[in-house]
Design a protein around this ligand. Sequence first.
Ligand code: DO4
Ligand code: MG
Length: 302
Amino acid sequence: MRIVRFLTDHRTAQLAVVSDQDLVYQLPFTDFLDFIKHSRQKQETPKALVQNIIQDSLPLETKLSELDLLAPIEAKEVWAAGVTYEQSKQGRNYEATGGKGGAPTFYDKVYDAERPEIFFKSTKERTIGPEDSVYLRSDSNWQIPEPELGLVLDDEGEILGFTVGNDMSCRDIEGENPLYLPQAKVWRHSCSIGPAIRLAETVEDPYGFQIICRIYRDQVKVFEDTADTSRLKRTYEELSTYLVRDNTVFNGTVLLTGTSIVPPNDFTLQDGDQIEIDIPGIGCLINPVKMQANQLSKTMKQ
Ligand code: DO4
Ligand code: MG
């Protein structure tokens, strides 16, 4: 059972549920958190609430592919875990050492440490949804998408659902100095989530998701790779526990769980590319890539 948010003909946001048969039923909520709040007030699980609402209703005539989808939740904050897969550790070591290797790095250490790496990734204003463009930084020459499973959490870290996320990253900036991490990770439109939230209670094996990433340039596929969440070094609960510990966490916070897909070291995204991140059972998040005009210099010229 997947929850999506779409723009109606009146240009207002509306929630809908997508059944296992891909039928779309409109829900009487405009927001994922209202829906969760309502289910808690009624002491029904989100799945039971949806089932009760749609049991006597007809599906929309519009197909899922025809809906104007928005990010499934306006998360106040998006956080991300890092170096949670062997593949990411290797990629980070490559950019930090120029491929030379050598003594164990802090990436080796954090991979093995009890405390996970968790960093601040995005706010509602910086996060985009399906079909919107992710932006490239103007001061980086080595940029990649990081296809990740996202946990949608409540304010205590309970997992409400799973979504697809892109933790856009600048490998040259992070590789130059790890203290530059916020600049390598956070800028306008550097985070994308969607197209749906799969309700947690409808997932049999949360470590059985496949993640597929494809990148197209001039309609030609230039990259494809697949990962598997069974290879995650940590548990989701471990990550969410560290996030909420002594912290103020908002309902609907998204926690990206790290990447296990790293494009070849000579690959960098270009203006006009298209990124697809597909997690079967949740959905395929598609975003074009765009070089943004440098807003700072524009403002300064005015
Ligand atoms: O250590 C830097 C971040 C790594 C990351 O974002 C990931 O592993 O997904
Ligand atoms: Mg990442």
